[in-house]
Ligand binder design. Structure first.
Ligand SMILES: [Zn+2]
Length: 246
């Protein structure tokens, strides 16, 4: 058993964390894609000041967790308020906003929990507007607080490493075609499967949110079934989002 799988087995015994956390996005890093699957274990913090190393980053990810694990009480630095994002968790971008007095732009991401096994989060509020208000309060408090000592630089600041699914779309002549780039290609097995309209078992199957993602067991490529393309959601669209409509 690798260290990572032993660690994941251990944290899986903890209750799922359903609150807000933050992660500083390094200034040279790409913005998160509209939908992505976490490609590794990621450290996040309940404190936006800790997560951004005293707001030094231009962008901070504000995460609405469902499947994270709060490991702060086992940490050598409990004040860091560390919550671990698990590999394989599925995240989509909801919106971004700014807070008076804080340098960064906050990009809000939702943990979709495709397995629907975690309890409904209670911290988020009932609408995106309320979520934003609550996040703003947390951030404003952190802005007003004294600078923190950065115990491990780079722990909470860095990239947002996620795998982005290939998309299958139907073209004008009714043919199913995939979106891919020259240096990023799925294997021929899953590509022909996708083009024929078939798929392996869904990793995400959320009809309501029009999200169907499966993974090729041979090349590990992710596929997004889209009669409807996945787009960054607007406030309107998110009015009836997961928190209430599940
Ligand atoms: Zn494949």
């Amino acid at each position: 058993m690798t260290d990572v799988s032993a660690f994941l087995d251990a944290i899986d015994k903890l209750p799922a964390y359903g609150g807000f956390t933050f992660r500083g996005l390094g200034d040279a890093e790409a913005l998160p894609p509209a939908l992505g699957v976490a490609a590794g274990v990621l450290a996040t913090s309940r404190d936006p000041r800790v997560a951004s190393e005293n707001f030094r980053t231009a962008r901070v990810l504000a995460l609405l967790n469902r499947t994270g694990r709060d490991i702060s009480r086992f940490s050598a630095q409990p004040d860091e308020g560390e919550v671990v994002v698990r590999p394989g968790s599925v995240w989509r971008v909801l919106t971004s906003f700014e807070v008076a007095g804080a340098r960064p732009t906050f990009v809000v991401l939702e943990d979709l929990d495709p397995s629907h096994t975690t309890p409904e989060p209670t911290e988020w509020g009932d609408s995106l507007a309320e979520t934003r208000e609550r996040l703003t309060r947390v951030i404003a408090e952190a802005v007003a607080a004294a600078p923190v000592a950065v115990a491990s630089p780079g722990k909470f600041v860095g990239p947002w490493p996620v795998q982005v699914p290939f998309r299958v779309v139907t073209d004008d002549s009714g043919r199913r075609v995939s979106t891919r780039s020259a240096d990023d290609r799925p294997c021929s097995e899953c590509e022909s499967l996708a083009h024929s309209g078939r798929h392996e078992p869904y990793l995400v199957d959320d009809g309501e949110q029009k999200l169907r993602v499966w993974r090729c067991s041979m090349c590990r490529a992710l596929w997004l079934e889209t009669e409807h393309a996945v787009i960054p959601a607007t406030d309107e669209r998110v009015g009836g989002r997961g928190a209430r409509t599940r």
